[in-house]
Structure formats: structure tokens, C-alpha cells
Design a protein around this ligand. Structure first.
Ligand SMILES: [Zn+2]
Length: 293
């Protein structure tokens, strides 16, 4: 009896060791960093459970003007690949990270997007337009296939699934926004430039391309006049942008405030209600329709 027990214990020990080692191999999936929320969520959807995807710019922080600490740089350098947008969004830090991570591959996924420029500056918000997001996911898929070619068909399948969802969104944006009575979006910073270009709207931001810029009193009164002239009903306060100046504009023009997400990050409230890129894009369309009807 003792002998049987000893054998049983030995067998269970072996089984425990085996299950430990499989668990370990599961956690040692290739590590990929994505620069900020929309890139992170789209990359995660294509990577599925074959890659470990981590986000660089923390949730609930504006992606404009963020920079990594020395510790974060060391962590990023452990990754097999970094997926980033480009179009100047990560300019304050991406080259520093590239230099400190010589063994990491870097993929700029906005290649192929026709950039909107103002002077020398490139507008870095293409993901808010489903049409441009379709370009981003194709580049993300190609990057993941290059990082892990053994799982090519798995990434292709997830990509096709995501592509179908974004094509449906593109269709809805095109159809619904062509029918709105009003065509002008008034908001804090120029996050909806690509949405405006791709779906026949006009954007009137209070400041320029960063939500950390300072508004001018002259521009405030210009927007108040425009809202009155065009009969605009709602002004937007987006994501991490300060509400105060938009409240002033709303008060002086008689318009109402509507909050909208730039999806550049995920707020605490977004996290609690388990919002993601696709659900936020759908919400944005509903908000645009309501504001412009
Ligand atoms: Zn922005």
C-alpha cells in the first residue's frame, strides 16, 4: 500500500511539474509594446492570445507630450517589437527609445495614410476615422506577421474579423454623416480632422493639434460668432481636453456641451464600463449625429 502511495505521489509530482512548465511557456509569449491606446487595442485584437501586448502611454493620460521614464525605457527595450503610430505623435520620445532598444523592431503603422497638414505640422489623429483605421490595422497585421511568422494564419483571421467591423463602421459613418443638417464640428483641439475630411464635415477647433495648447480669446469670440451664425447646437469637449474654455463658448453662444472621446486614451470611466475602440467609435458616430442633426 505504501508503495502504491509513493508511486501515486511521484506521478502527481511529475504531472505538477509538467503543468508548471506548460504554464511557463504560455507566459513567455513574444512581448510587443504598442505606443498608446488605439494602437494598443487594435494590436491586441489582431494578436489575440499569441502575443503579450502591453501599452506604453498609460491609460487616462493624454498621448500628446508624454515621455517615458528611464525605467519605462528599460522595460520597452525587452520587447520583441514596438508598434507606434508615427505622424509626429510619438516624436517627443520614440527616437530615444529606438536608441536604447537596439534588438527591438519598430513598426510605424500610419504608413499609407494621406496626412493632413497645417503648415509644417502633421495632424496625428487618423485613428478616429474608420477609413484611416483600416490602413492602420493592415500595417499592424503585417507587423505582427513579421514578428511571429509561425502564426500568420491566426493573425490573418483576426485581422479579417476586425476589418469587417471597421468596414461596417466606415459604411455607417459615410451614410449617417452624409444626412446631417449641420456640417461643422466645434471642439477644443483638431482631433476630428480625418473624420471631417473623410466624411464631408468641417472642423472648427479652438486650438491646434494638441489638447495641451492654450486657447486665445480672439479665437473664442470667433467661434461664438460662428456658432450663432450657423445655428450650431452643441460644442464638443473631447477626452483629456479642458472643459472650461468650451463652457465659456457654450455660455456665450447658447450652445450646449457634449463630451466626446478622441479614443487617444481610455478614461477611468471608459475602463469601468469596459469600452473599447469599436464601442467608442460607435458612440462617437451617435454623438456626431445628435450634435449635427
Ligand atoms: Zn489629440
Amino acid at each position: 500500500m505504501k508503495k502504491v502511495l509513493a508511486i501515486l505521489i511521484a506521478i502527481s509530482l511529475v504531472l505538477a511539474l509538467v503543468s508548471c512548465s506548460t504554464r511557463q511557456s504560455e507566459t513567455s509569449k513574444p512581448l510587443v509594446y504598442a505606443s498608446f491606446y488605439p494602437i494598443y487595442d487594435l494590436t491586441s485584437k489582431i494578436a489575440g492570445d499569441k502575443l503579450e501586448v502591453k501599452n506604453i502611454i498609460p491609460f487616462n493620460e493624454s498621448p500628446h507630450g508624454w515621455e517615458p521614464s528611464a525605467k519605462e525605457m528599460t522595460e520597452i527595450a525587452k520587447a520583441k517589437a514596438v508598434i507606434y503610430l508615427g505622424m509626429t505623435m510619438e516624436d517627443p520620445w520614440i527616437n530615444k527609445v529606438k536608441e536604447s532598444a537596439p534588438n527591438t523592431k519598430f513598426f510605424e503603422v500610419s504608413k499609407g495614410v494621406d496626412p493632413i497638414r497645417k503648415g509644417n505640422a502633421i495632424n496625428p489623429h487618423p485613428w478616429l476615422s474608420p477609413k484611416e483605421a483600416l490602413i492602420l490595422i493592415k500595417n499592424i497585421k503585417d507587423a505582427l506577421v513579421e514578428v511571429d511568422p509561425a502564426n500568420r494564419s491566426y493573425y490573418e483571421k483576426n485581422y479579417e474579423n476586425l476589418r469587417a467591423q471597421l468596414e461596417e463602421l466606415d459604411k455607417q459613418y459615410r451614410e449617417e454623416l452624409s444626412k446631417t443638417r449641420l456640417k461643422t464640428i466645434v471642439l477644443f483641439h483638431s482631433a476630428f480632422a480625418y473624420v471631417a475630411r473623410d466624411y464631408g464635415l468641417k472642423q472648427e477647433p479652438l486650438v491646434g493639434m494638441s489638447d495641451e495648447a492654450e486657447p486665445s480669446p480672439a479665437r473664442i469670440s470667433e467661434l461664438v460668432d460662428l456658432i450663432k451664425k450657423e445655428g450650431i447646437k452643441y460644442v464638443f469637449v473631447e477626452g483629456m481636453a479642458p472643459a472650461k474654455p468650451m463652457e465659456t463658448i457654450a455660455k456665450e453662444s447658447g450652445a450646449q456641451i457634449m463630451r466626446i472621446s478622441t479614443i487617444g486614451t481610455l478614461s477611468k470611466e471608459d475602463m469601468e464600463r469596459k469600452a473599447d475602440f469599436i464601442s467608442l467609435m460607435k458612440e462617437n458616430l451617435e454623438k456626431l449625429k445628435k450634435a449635427l442633426e
